[in-house]
Design a binder for this molecule. Structure first.
Ligand code: SAM
Length: 425
């Protein structure tokens, strides 16, 4: 029996949105926003699908979103499109739709030596989607040669949809990792646990400098030494002397702990002032009992800065003071010497390997949530012999003494760890 086939020649974007299909295969046009009537088409798609695609959206993503909408239950879709959307700002909304609709099953990144499209486009990707209720994994494969197209489907990296962050560049989910250049790596959480710093919910109320503490007569026992601003810490090793200097310079380096002396008349007065200004009704304070209690986060031996352009910045907290969310706390587990672990963390070897787990934003910012670090890998420092440990410690001592002139010393550590953890045994 011959199947009846009907061929329709029509503008796909203005054709019926109600029709649903069992299968959609598409190689859509790839017009940049200025090469088609973007104002009309993009707002039409946004209105129909309740999306927030911006005006820079390439037409191929409109085709894709419409097709996802037109899939029947258990229907399947295959699209070949440039990979650009995965790593660009306009692609965020597309990635969101793919993940939230739970249709995305497999992304094949076509990275042939010869360009699959015109010169302006770098790589292409094939998206394989299926509409069903099952929460599965999303797989990424990279194919370098057309003859490997089929076999590449088995060699893939797999993620739960909940693990895919639509705001970051997706190339981190399919590009080769830095970790693969090293041997003998272990999870960082074997040696340490990273948590976020203390969140007060009202820093202007809870943080104190010396002048403010004198003005309000707050007893010393209610003021916890605490780093509140990342720029107050300039060196890799933060000492008691550094803390004293900040306190003497009237920097905000104390955290108000009203709980420590609730019966003190001055503390009562400051708490009353807090209530009068509504600090007890803030989002975080309102969820605490009492509202002015401070999160139980002891001083961490190592801090790491949260969000910057130069990669991770670790600081050894020798002053034993607490920290607000400006840093994450790194609590060591006693498996390896803290100074040795810290010396390793200063190196670009550590940075490179951690980068595999970073969130890279379109604007060049790199962000690490505590769990990105907890799940990151580090070299297995338990494999260092006594001489090697002594060497690393001796460099740490020099770094301690030399304040901020540490580039050369960190270079020596880098060379050491690079050799130890890349050389074949
Ligand atoms: C990348 S080409 C793919 C051609 C063909 N599918 C193939 O694989 O050789 C994209 C095609 O989409 C067509 N096209 C452009 N805008 C369209 C629209 N609004 N509706 C339907 N087709 C369109 C173009 O004319 C072009 O033939």
């Amino acid at each position: 029996m011959r199947e009846s086939v009907s061929i329709v020649k029509q503008d796909y974007l203005t054709s019926s949105w109600e029709k649903k299909y069992d299968g959609i295969i598409c190689n859509p046009p790839y017009f940049k926003f200025h090469d088609y009537d973007n104002a009309y088409y993009i707002s039409d798609v946004n209105r129909r699908l309740d999306t927030r695609l911006n005006g820079f959206t390439n037409i191929y993503t409109l085709f894709l979103l419409k097709s996802i909408h037109q899939l029947k239950e258990r229907g399947r879709l295959a699209y070949i499109i440039p990979s650009e959307f995965m790593n660009s700002d306009y692609g965020v909304e597309v990635k969101r739709t793919l993940v939230e609709s739970n249709v995305l099953k497999h992304v094949v990144i076509v990275d042939f030596n010869e360009c699959a499209f015109d010169d302006a486009l770098t790589t292409a990707s094939i998206l394989l989607c299926e509409k069903n209720e099952r929460v599965e994994s999303v797989r990424f494969s990279v194919v370098k040669d057309v003859s490997c197209l089929e076999s590449c489907l088995d060699e893939c990296k797999s993620y739960k949809p909940s693990e895919l962050d639509v705001n970051v560049k997706w190339k981190q989910y399919y590009e080769p990792t830095n970790a693969s250049k090293f041997r003998n790596l272990v999870p960082f959480n074997l040696f340490a646990k990273v948590t976020r710093g203390i969140a007060t919910g009202a820093n202007e109320y809870f943080t104190f400098n010396r002048a403010k503490s004198e003005a309000f007569n707050i007893p010393k026992g209610c003021l916890l030494p605490c780093i509140c601003h990342v720029q107050d810490v300039r060196t890799a090793v933060f000492t008691e002397g550094d803390f004293r200097m900040l306190a003497d310079a009237n920097k905000n380096v104390y955290l108000f702990d009203g709980h420590a002396s609730e019966e003190d008349a001055w503390v009562k007065r400051y708490l009353e002032l807090g209530r009068q200004h509504g600090y007890d009704k803030r989002y975080l304070t309102a969820s605490r009992t009492p509202w002015y209690s401070i999160e139980n986060r002891p001083a961490a031996p190592i801090w790491v800065s949260v969000f910057n352009r130069r990669g991770l910045r670790f600081v050894r907290n020798e002053a034993n003071v607490r920290n607000l969310t400006t840093f994450h706390c790194v609590y060591t587990k006693g498996v390896v010497d803290t100074d040795i672990l810290f010396a390793y963390l200063l190196t670009s070897v550590a940075q490179q390997i951690f980068l595999d787990n970073s969130r890279q934003y379109g604007n060049g910012l790199v962000k690490f949530e505590p769990n990105d670090l907890n799940k990151g890998m580090v070299v297995d420092l338990t494999l260092l012999n006594k001489d090697e440990k002594d060497f690393v410690k001796s460099i740490y001592d020099l770094i301690r003494q030399q304040g901020d002139r540490t580039i050369e010393l960190v270079g020596q550590l880098d060379a050491f760890f690079l050799k130890k953890y890349t050389d074949k045994v």
